[in-house]
Design a binder for this molecule. Structure first.
Ligand SMILES: NC(=O)C1=CN([C@@H]2O[C@H](COP(=O)(O)OP(=O)(O)OC[C@H]3O[C@@H](n4cnc5c(N)ncnc54)[C@H](OP(=O)(O)O)[C@@H]3O)[C@@H](O)[C@H]2O)C=CC1
Ligand SMILES: CC(=O)C(=O)O
Ligand SMILES: [Mg+2]
Length: 752
């Protein structure tokens, strides 16, 4: 078992720094452009919902964002397993929880860090914020204060208050344990359980397991002082006392002998291989401390091959982490306008998760993980990226809430609810994950032509460290070293392979090849030497042409026209040879390709048909069924215009070619993208909104892409260069390190 997704401290910091500090921002859902918008959103219009809510508080769920807004609140006294880092330093974790809420369950969430260790002050602050939120997720507050805080807030507030480290962890731990025991052929009533860490997570885990059948006499809880036994006085509190065992055992080491289950919610390294070796047959080990587990799976398996091991981390199999719980528990609770998240809702969540792990895993999940997942020792719990979670877990939670009287507004039509949940999720995310997995499988040697640029270097380091393949960086060794050091990545110096004309044995071969191509285009031997040895775009292209790399990424430092011209010395990256650029726009869960954004200045109808075929190829590569629209300012011949003529003729060219994808044209963009507008043309051959827009010329392509980027904030990937027999991708000078990495991933997948 190896860890493939190794990350470095520099990467973690850069991720939080770019593109803007932190992990999320807030955007408006209503137009705010006109005087009228202003009058409605603000004074005087806003007075109307204010009065409606004052008259009937329930309508706050209709007229404000309360019903889909959760506060993640912490004081930073138990940040992961890192200890009391304080309120401010806990903010990255809380922002992280907020984006997980959004990403996995479309719950809007905001982090709030309260700078106090005073329980009363904390409770008071949360209570005062009650009207704002549909729910409160307490996070990383140390025990025993967390128990008092949660209990009081539950009693005094009329929205769900849920301490994630207690119940989120307990629910996932229970789900994993149901399946682990099933695999090891043991029953929860019979197993001896040792739990290390008698804090927020520990107490809640043991409580839930006992309510599910684990016997008090079979459970031993330990903390920093060892076993919590009846009569112990040191380091005790009422919550620990409830789990004190009647035993002679005093240390974790003694307790572990013959145990069937170890649950760790304590700190890194708390368990030794010897302790694991002393456990019963087929032991279950959930080492859940974050970021580093009590014992690593490698260490545990070295002494016990028969162990089922889980951790809280995403880079090992079996991630027992509350990320599988809190987004879906709150989704279900919010959707019934719940007053609370009660035990029945938690247990329903645990059973739904356990059940899901036993079912067939969809291909897209297997693709994202780069391997088939089937229920077994290395797959006892669904993975966080499983797209079924969003429509399987919240309904189970909502139903349990409705059955136990926690719902203010029960769901009438469960089937419609499940359908609605499916459409909440962004389909583009699975596409991006899919290409990542394919790139990893391909292990391409990627040539990064611009090794003198720090962003490119960062992308190259990420490419290699993400386990995607080997990064070959064109540049001077001393310059690359200096730039890596300046960016705080000195340890990457030994990892990257720096390539250049001075350290290759192939320069003469490259020069002969280039001379052969350019001698009749006005280049003499001296020019060739200069190009091959000094121009990094040309040098990188020569490497690729000779098979000394599998893909090439460039264009982050120069304009694409310049780069393309240089690449054309080595390849036929031009219109005549059928090259084209396809740009993917990702926005509001939709992906639309614009073509040609790179090569053709003014394509004729035959070129347009070629471009459509290239676009369809790229779409299929990314797992989408292509629907091409040839777009213009006219729709099916009206208004008549000479300029729209070629867009009208291009579909006829495809008719003659008999291609195997949907296409239609010419039409305006709204008809192409909007199903309602499309319905006005019942004869159209498109069966749904187009996902590839072939535009009339390069200027319209550039205008459309940049307008979407600037005005709508769309994510732009590309242009993806297609039509070459080698895999080359061209970034833009505004590309971030992450954008460059994405282009390398596309090149590695040979998407073009
Ligand atoms: N995988 C997951 O989803 C989750 C994992 N966790 C992890 O669980 C751990 C605890 O979190 P939380 O419960 O919120 O924190 P708390 O601060 O509430 O509790 C920590 C507990 O761990 C005990 N502890 C600390 N060091 C040791 C040690 N060396 N040996 C035995 N016990 C020890 C403490 O003992 P004492 O009482 O004597 O001080 C205390 O009881 C963290 O690592 C956290 O990352 C938490 C939530 C979710
Ligand atoms: C996962 C989590 O919430 C923790 O480790 O604190
Ligand atoms: Mg936590």
């Amino acid at each position: 078992m190896t860890r493939k997704n190794r990350i470095t401290s520099e990467e973690a910091l850069a991720f939080h720094l770019e593109p803007t500090p932190g992990k999320f921002e807030i955007s408006a859902t209503v137009p705010m452009t006109t005087q009228r918008d202003l009058s409605l959103a603000y004074s005087p219009g806003v007075a109307v919902p204010c009065e409606a809510i004052a008259a009937n508080p329930e309508t706050a769920y209709d007229y404000t964002n309360k019903g889909n807004l959760v506060a993640v609140i912490s004081n930073g006294t138990a940040v992961l397993g890192l200890g009391n880092l304080g309120a401010l330093a806990s903010k990255p974790v809380m922002e992280g929880k907020a984006v997980l809420f959004k990403r996995f369950a479309d719950v809007n969430s905001i982090d709030i860090e309260l700078d106090t260790e005073d329980t009363e002050a904390f409770i008071n602050a949360c209570k005062l914020m009650g009207p704002t939120f549909g729910g409160i997720n307490l996070e990383d507050i140390k025990a025993p204060e967390c128990f008092i805080i949660e209990q009081r807030l539950k009693e005094e507030m009329d929205i769900p208050v849920f301490h994630d480290d207690q119940h989120g962890t307990a629910v996932i731990c229970a789900a994993g344990l149901i399946n682990a025991l099933h695999l090891s052929g043991k029953k929860i009533e019979d197993v001896r359980i040792v739990l290390n860490g008698a804090g927020a997570a520990g107490i809640a885990c043991l409580e839930l397991l006992k309510s599910m059948g684990a016997r008090h006499d079979n459970c031993i809880m330990c903390d920093t002082k060892g076993v919590i036994y009846q009569g112990r006085t040191e380091g005790m509190n009422q919550w620990k006392s409830a789990h004190a065992a009647n035993t002679e055992l005093r240390s974790l080491e003694e307790a572990m002998k013959g145990a069937d289950v170890f649950l760790g919610v304590s700190v890194k390294g708390a368990v030794t291989p010897d302790m694991v070796a002393s456990m019963a047959d087929n032991p279950v080990i959930f080492a859940m401390a974050n970021p580093d587990p009590e014992i690593t799976p490698e260490e545990a398996h070295e002494v016990r091959m028969d162990a089922i091991v889980a951790t809280g981390r995403s880079d090992y199999p079996n991630q027992v982490n509350n990320v599988l719980g809190f987004p879906y528990l709150f989704r279900g609770a919010l959707d019934i306008h719940a007053r609370a998240i009660n035990d029945e809702m938690k247990i329903a969540c645990a059973h739904a998760l356990a059940q899901l792990a036993r079912e067939d895993v969809p291909d897209e999940v297997a693709l994202a993980y780069g391997k088939a997942l089937t229920f077994g020792r290395d797959y006892i719990i669904p993975t966080p990226f499983d797209p079924r979670l969003i429509h399987r877990i919240p309904p189970a939670v909502a139903k349990a809430g409705m059955d136990t009287g926690a719902a203010r507004r029960p769901i009438i039509d469960m089937d419609a609810y499940e359908l609605g949940l499916k459409s909440r999720m962004d389909p583009t995310a699975s596409i991006l994950r899919g290409i990542n997995a394919r790139a990893r499988a391909n292990q391409a040697r990627m040539i990064f032509a611009e090794g003198d640029d720090p962003k490119v270097l960062r992308a190259a380091v990420m490419y290699q460290r993400a386990g995607l393949g080997k990064a070959l960086v064109v540049g001077r060794e001393d310059d690359v070293r200096a730039k890596l050091e300046a960016s705080g990545m000195e340890d990457a110096v030994r990892e990257l392979e720096v390539v250049n004309a001075a350290n290759t044995q192939h320069l003469e071969t490259y020069k002969d090849f280039l001379y052969g191509r350019l001698q009749r285009k006005g280049f003499d031997r001296k020019d060739i030497h200069r190009l091959a040895s000094r121009d990094r775009h040309v040098y990188a292209a020569l490497m690729l042409a000779h098979g000394h790399g599998d893909g090439l990424v460039t264009g982050a430092t120069r304009k694409s026209a310049h780069v393309l011209e240089r690449l054309n010395h080595v390849f036929e990256a031009n219109a005549e040879a059928g090259a084209a650029g396809i740009t993917a726009l990702l926005h509001k869960g939709r992906i639309v390709f614009i073509a040609d954004t790179l090569v053709h200045e003014w394509p004729d109808e035959n070129d347009l048909a070629n471009i459509a075929e290239s676009g369809a190829r790229v779409a299929r590569h990314l797992g989408l069924e292509p629907r091409v629209a040839f777009v213009s300012f006219s729709t099916f011949g009206y208004p008549v215009s000479e300029r729209a003529e070629k867009m009208h003729l291009a579909p006829e060219v495809l008719d003659r070619r008999g291609v195997d994808f949907e296409y239609e044209g010419e039409m305006t963009v709204d008809v192409a993208l909007n199903a309602a507008s499309q319905a006005n043309y019942p004869f159209s051959r498109l069966t749904g909104p187009a996902n590839i827009l072939v535009v009339p010329a390069r200027h319209s392509a550039s205008i459309s892409v940049k307008l979407m980027q600037e005005m709508a904030g769309a994510t732009v990937i590309g242009p993806i260069l297609t039509g070459l027999d080698k895999s080359i991708q061209i970034c833009s000078s505004t590309s971030t390190a992450n954008d460059i990495l994405n282009m390398a991933i596309l090149a590695a997948c040979k998407v073009g």
